[in-house]
Design a protein around this ligand. Structure first.
Ligand code: SF4
Length: 364
């Protein structure tokens, strides 16, 4: 398949690994930010092929994993109100809130529907005017433009029964939070190719300059990741603290100007809580005043409590910050499995714990 199979070729992947082995001199710790990259690295075995002086750690780039419990609780509360229906993506259903998941609430009678596109909610709202239709959406800068588009469509149609509950994350402030940690050991980053396809690289250049770290915008197939690692090691060996793009077939330095324009029309930068990490200033996209009528929180009178994040023994916070690996959690593969997830990184298909369970199964 053109544009896919050639980026999964084992021979090309090995070539970049061999080149990396040839040039590496120092001891380096690098982070792939995105959960899809983690899965690709583990499924292709890249982590095991690299020399021992290169350590890969996994970042917070799984939106399901970092969505706070209180947002799940809020979604459940909204879905149980009279005349409301909550619509969300399938991967949100099994994520545990503080008491239950959306799936459990649905089994118990809450009005929750799974969708593949937020525009399905618009169609439903148009023909069910007596229902309050709430789109529950999460994501990084990859999904934010489509969330903005659906709100603009609701405005165009003058829909009064369409609402949104959103948890939208920005990647650059999360990278800065990791770099500001006094115990940080990460020396270079593989930035997420899809996020930078939308946003470009202009937000990453000041981070690279300020913290003196190289950043390579990388794709998601094994050849992409092996090449991205090779480029990053080459930059580390040369003390070249800049931003380069490996994922050139999709990402342009300026990003997608139209998508950025749409998202900035509807949202502005604001604070966002990350599950397992806490509140990071300026790390979210929140509704502008002129679109507040669509905010599903307008339908709530109840106050949602701030929640302690983790179950006893769950080290998701440390995993999401790249400080520990899933097999260092004593619950991994025993009490916590994809069928019985205790933390979000085991629930999500992009979560690091789920990736280790699927591809490594290191359980004694
Ligand atoms: S294996 Fe389960 S309990 Fe352990 S950190 Fe991952 S999600 Fe939490």
């Amino acid at each position: 398949m053109k544009y896919l199979s050639e980026f999964r070729e084992a021979s090309k992947t090995k070539l970049f690994i061999e080149e990396t082995k040839r040039i590496v001199r120092g001891k380096w710790t690098i982070m792939e930010v995105c959960g899809s990259q983690t899965h690709s690295i583990l499924s292709s075995g890249i982590d095991e092929l690299l020399p021992p002086n290169i350590t890969l750690v996994h970042g917070p780039g799984c939106p399901v994993c970092v969505t706070p419990k209180e947002i799940i609780d809020t979604a459940i509360l909204l879905s149980k109100k009279k005349d409301t229906i909550l619509f969300t993506y399938g991967d949100m259903l099994r994520v545990p809130g503080s008491r239950e998941s959306l799936f459990k609430a649905k089994v118990d009678g809450a009005k929750i529907k799974m969708i593949y596109s937020p525009f399905e909610v618009i169609e439903f709202a148009k023909s069910n005017q007596e229902k309050k239709c709430i789109f529950f959406g999460i994501g990084f800068e990859t999904t934010t433009p489509s969330h903005a588009s659906v709100i603009l469509k609701a405005r165009e149609l003058n829909l009064k029964n369409f609402f949104v509950l959103l948890s939208q994350f920005r990647v650059p402030p999360a990278i800065e939070a990791i770099l500001n940690d006094p115990f940080n050991k990460i020396q270079g980053f593989l930035a997420p190719g899809h996020v930078c396809t939308v946003m470009g690289i202009e937000e990453y250049i000041p981070i690279s300059e300020k913290y003196k770290v190289p950043i390579v915008v990388t794709g998601f197939e094994s050849v992409d990741l092996a090449e991205g690692i090779f480029m990053l090691i080459q930059m580390l060996e040369r003390s070249e603290n800049t931003v380069k793009i490996q994922y050139k077939r999709s990402c342009k330095p300026q990003g997608n100007l139209k998508a950025k324009e749409i998202m900035k029309k509807v949202f502005k930068i604001g604070p966002q809580k990350w599950r397992g990490i806490g509140l990071i200033p300026d790390s979210g996209w929140i509704l502008r005043e002129e679109f507040r009528e669509f905010d599903a929180l307008n339908l709530l009178k109840e106050k949602i409590e701030e929640i302690e994040e983790t179950k006893e023994g769950c080290i998701a916070a440390l995993i999401l910050q790249g400080k520990k690996k899933p097999f260092e959690c004593s619950l991994f593969g025993k009490d916590c499995t994809p069928l019985n997830p205790l933390g979000a990184p085991m629930v999500s298909s992009e979560g690091a714990c789920a990736a280790y369970y699927k591809y490594k199964k290191i359980v004694d």
